[in-house]
Design a protein around this ligand. Structure first.
Ligand SMILES: [Mn+2]
Length: 166
């Protein structure tokens, strides 16, 4: 059963803390980071990482990433441009140029899940500076077989329910 880790807005979590978190999970087939990683990040720092550039990132990384893991195609972008993060369904505009099964974004630090027949849109929330109420720092494990996103609280490691938007 394949799993893809989706995280975002790790901000002040340092590389060793991020490494420790990743090592605490069962092996995953890929790691998607939706932007705003630690200061000083350099491409290649973390293996199997697909990262797009956030408004707090200075490394040479792309604003939009488009890639396939386990037969599932992802388009990712941080979401601070074009107000995407605050109107997530407008991210569908990217599909013309970057066709995908799943779009991932970040920036709001609030978990989000949209699903229709064509696309899933996912914001995993922030791993270190959650802004949901009650406040939780969260991540997503995406099951490549069922194509379902499962959200987890990093503190308790319990699954949390994120209401699906339609
Ligand atoms: Mn941001």
């Amino acid at each position: 059963m394949g799993q893809i880790l989706i995280i975002s807005d790790t901000h002040f979590l340092r590389k060793n803390e991020l490494d420790k978190f990743i090592a605490s999970l069962p092996p995953v087939d890929g790691i998607i980071h939706c932007g705003d990683i630690y200061l000083g990040y350099k491409p290649g720092d973390i293996q199997h990482l697909y990262i797009c550039k956030g408004n707090n990132d200075f490394a040479d990384i792309p604003y939009i990433c488009h890639f396939t893991i386990d037969g599932i195609t992802f388009t990712t972008t941080h979401g601070h441009k074009n107000n995407y993060a605050y109107n997530p369904t407008t991210l569908k505009q990217l599909l013309n140029e970057y066709p995908a099964d799943v779009i991932c974004f970040g920036h709001t630090h609030i978990p989000y899940l949209y699903q229709d027949d064509d696309i899933a849109i996912i914001n995993p929330g922030s791993l270190s500076l959650g802004r949901s109420y009650p406040k939780k720092n969260t991540y997503v494990l995406f099951d490549t077989q069922t194509r379902q996103a499962h959200f987890y609280d990093i503190k308790t490691r319990e699954e949390i329910i994120v209401e699906m938007q339609k």
